[in-house]
Design a protein around this ligand. Sequence first.
Ligand code: MLC
Length: 502
Amino acid sequence: MTNILYDKIFGSNLKNNKIFLYTESEEVSYKNFTTLTNKLANILVSHGLNPGDRVAVQVEKSVTQLGLYAATIKAGGIYLPLNTAYTPHELNYFLSNARPKIIICATDTMGKLEKLYSSKKASFLTLNANETGSLREKLKSSALSFKAANRTNEDLAVIMYTSGTTGKSKGAKLTHQNLSSNCTILEKSWEFSKNDVLLHMLPTYHTHGLLVACNLLAMVGGSMIFLPKFNVEDALRWIPKATSMMGVPTFYTRLLDNPKFDKNLSENIRLFISGSAPLSADTHTMFKKRTGLSILERYGMTETNMSTSNPYRGKRIAGTIGKALPGVEIRITDRVTGEVLPDGSIGVIEQRGENVFSGYWEMPEKTQDAFTPDNFFITGDLAKRDKNGYLTLVGRDTDMIISGGLNVYPKEVENLIDEIDEVLESAVIGVPHPDLGEGVVAVVVLKRKLLDRKKIQKTLQPNLAKFKQPKFIIYLENLPRNAMGKVQKAALRKQYKELFES
Ligand code: MLC
């Protein structure tokens, strides 16, 4: 019996007394983490989990939460992590679409969700930020051993939702093979080993924090300083004890803004990695000046895991996302004709390899649209490749916004704004933001005056995660349009490019 992902990621360190996780309050060995995983897997199975069933998890980052991920995989389930910022309204969509067998969330979320989502076919368990809840209660009497379910390469391990251009999110299906093969490539490419201690301050409901950081460190038998979220003071305190860190560009710009962050503090660090949003060449250069270290920028997506990387040994070129990782085929194509373009031309990044997901959950048409006939995934990111194979991102084929490493699809926000009686139409754009990379801005045309000036914000609040809500709303008489009547978002982005600069 094999369970491809579990055996690969957690299998070799099961009985190890070495510390896997350091938190502010405890140290968890691999051995204790395995016991926790087994107990959690027994609880999941006792709630009816069969191989192939989904386990939806919307909880704060914690040791138990990471154990739930391992337990779901070990029990043969499909782990479905959900951003804690999602509102019950958004959750209702994910749950109705994925139909999980088990839902694990905070106690107060359960109260709200039960009203919206019919729980007939799902069991609810609770886990709160302070590690209380029904799940922790059940741990006390759960059995210590658990036999891993058989899972092959093609079986699904994780579904992660990504926003879509039409405003409806799509569940990216990630197989045991997608995740385990990518991890092996990263181990070799970034030279991770059991000697590594990774400072982990990312959320664990996205690819970056869960499938890159946690999978990799568990697989090599390393350790993680596992903190609930990023803040500069905690980072400064823990960086001297770490050998590596992964973050979105906002982590690095916030560190640079603090004069206490310097070369001495980071002398034990062998590798700072950045991804999920473009790192500006300026930040790369300033970071090198301050610490003597070049941030390694890499590129990936929920659908593809990690696809390109600057080298561990060799030249890390500021402003580039490096070269295709081993086993990942990348080509640049014309956005209209699909024709493969020569190096130096700007076009859409398409990729193929074991890293690429197996399609969108129960959305065959969207899956078909996302792939070329020869099975390359069309990313929608625009880039050019130089003669040495280094890729530079130059924009996006869609008008997606990346705010602090989180993707926001304008359509989802526009749909909600346009439903307001007084609104004629809206255009949601991303403009440069000094802290978040891009900030969400709504440009709104009213049919008639808003009696309540905060009506738009009040409408969005219960329906949309905070990070998707506009940080600024601009009211115009008309939206700029081209001769075809299409809203010219590029013109709006240009006009408001300095909005967040002061
Ligand atoms: C929080 N807020 C955000 C935000 N995060 N707004 C826009 N964009 C974001 N990313 C809101 C908060 O709710 C708060 O609202 C206000 O903005 C300021 O909060 P903050 O305290 O400054 O934010 P903070 O909690 O520090 O979070 C910022 C952050 C965090 C950048 C540290 O968002 C983060 O950890 N991002 C990482 C996301 C990530 O892991 N992405 C990987 C995706 S995987 P208010 O009004 O209450 O003050 C992927 C694939 C790949 O993309 O290749 O990696």
